[in-house]
Design a protein around this ligand. Structure first.
Ligand code: HMG
Ligand code: MG
Length: 301
């Protein structure tokens, strides 16, 4: 349980960050990233997904990642799973928890998981049953909470409806995904308020992509409203293969810096985190998307 001054960070870099990378990344490099993140103090790490490898080839080797990581006591290694097959693959390699993902937009649901929103909720039922029997926590994502790449505006009431369905199905936490990063503090507030009518605030998380540079402002507004769980990606890696032009999540380094400034606890060592980000960026041959990481690196040169 988070206190008013503590925040849970869900690090999604190894999954949301890397899933969109066109270049092959060795399992060894993914494993090194996950280990560096746990050593930096992150306690929940989404280490991969178990989706159809034809849809997202980069995640095809997630078994090797889960099998190769050094598990740090207390750290939860989460997996994204679209159906029972994905759930079974994830559990076979020791995922500590799984996440299911629905959308608040019909068009995005079709493009991302090849079914309607209501079909997706039905498809998740066997996962929920199996997870309940095995005592595996299930997290739920709702995508496109502040806009859809295909449909445009999305009504907060629709987001709240899908979030409520996932919660009623047994998800312990609902992560509100601003998949294309179009949200602003005002629209994110409307979404959070719509969901908070039906769900306890402590069950809500914000999953902010930073495409329009609004992620930190949105997170700050969400903190003011009482949200205490935030998803982020080291070095701001990533994007969604089914949301063209969407950039990565808010960088974990930037989130941690914000939380430090607010005097909120989170358990992450910023310098070690920045080193983890530098290492994966060097591996990928790209610059970090984190302004904080870039500023820290400049101080060291
Ligand atoms: P489908 O093609 O409709 O599935 O895909 P199907 O059930 O008809 O099966 C087709 C084939 O896929 C079969 O193989 C299955 O065995 C195989 P075949 O008989 O042709 O050889 N298959 C699988 N193989 C391995 N693992 C599995 C699996 N499932 C089926 N789990 C499906 C439906 C949902 C599987 C597909 O659409 C899919 O994998 N989609 C995932 C897309 C994805 O990963 N998107 C990115 C993640 S979501 C995201 O980034 C948003 C988020 O970050 C929040 C936010 O930002 O908003 C979470
Ligand atoms: Mg995402």
């Amino acid at each position: 349980m988070n206190t008013p001054q503590s925040v849970k960070i869900v690090e999604v870099g190894p999954r949301d960050g890397l899933q969109n990378e066109p270049q092959p990344i060795d399992a060894a490099d993914k494993i090194a990233l996950v280990n560096a993140l746990s050593e930096a103090g992150l306690q929940v790490i989404e280490a991969g997904s178990f989706v159809n490898p034809k849809w997202v080839p980069q995640m095809a080797g997630s078994e090797a990642v889960f099998e190769g990581i050094t598990r740090k006591p207390g750290v939860r290694y989460a997996a994204l799973t679209p159906n029972l097959k994905g759930y079974e693959r994830a559990i076979a390699v020791g995922a500590s928890e799984v996440a299911i993902f629905a959308a608040a937009s019909e068009a995005f649901s079709q493009k991302n998981i090849n079914c309607s929103i209501s079909e997706s909720i039905e498809r998740f039922a066997p996962i929920m049953d199996a997870a309940k029997a095995a005592n595996i926590p299930v997290r739920g994502y709702v995508s496109c909470v502040a806009g859809c790449p295909y449909e445009g505006d999305v009504a907060p009431a629709k987001v709240a409806e899908v979030a409520t369905q996932l919660y009623a199905a047994g998800c312990y936490e609902i992560s509100l995904g601003d998949t294309i990063g179009t949200g602003t503090p005002a629209s994110i507030e409307a979404v959070i308020n719509a969901c908070a009518v039906h769900l306890p605030m402590e069950k809500l998380a914000l999953h902010a992509h930073d495409t329009y540079g609004q992620a930190l402002a949105n997170i700050y507004r969400a903190i003011q409203l009482g949200v205490r769980v935030f998803d982020s990606s080291v070095a701001g890696l990533g994007g969604c293969p089914y949301a063209k032009g969407a950039s990565g999540n808010v960088a974990t380094e930037d989130l941690v810096y914000l939380l430090n400034g607010l005097g909120m606890s989170h358990g992450v060592d910023l310098n070690r985190l920045a080193q983890a980000g530098q290492a994966i960026c060097a591996q990928l041959g790209r610059h970090s998307q984190s302004k904080v990481a870039r500023a820290l690196a400049a101080k060291c040169t």
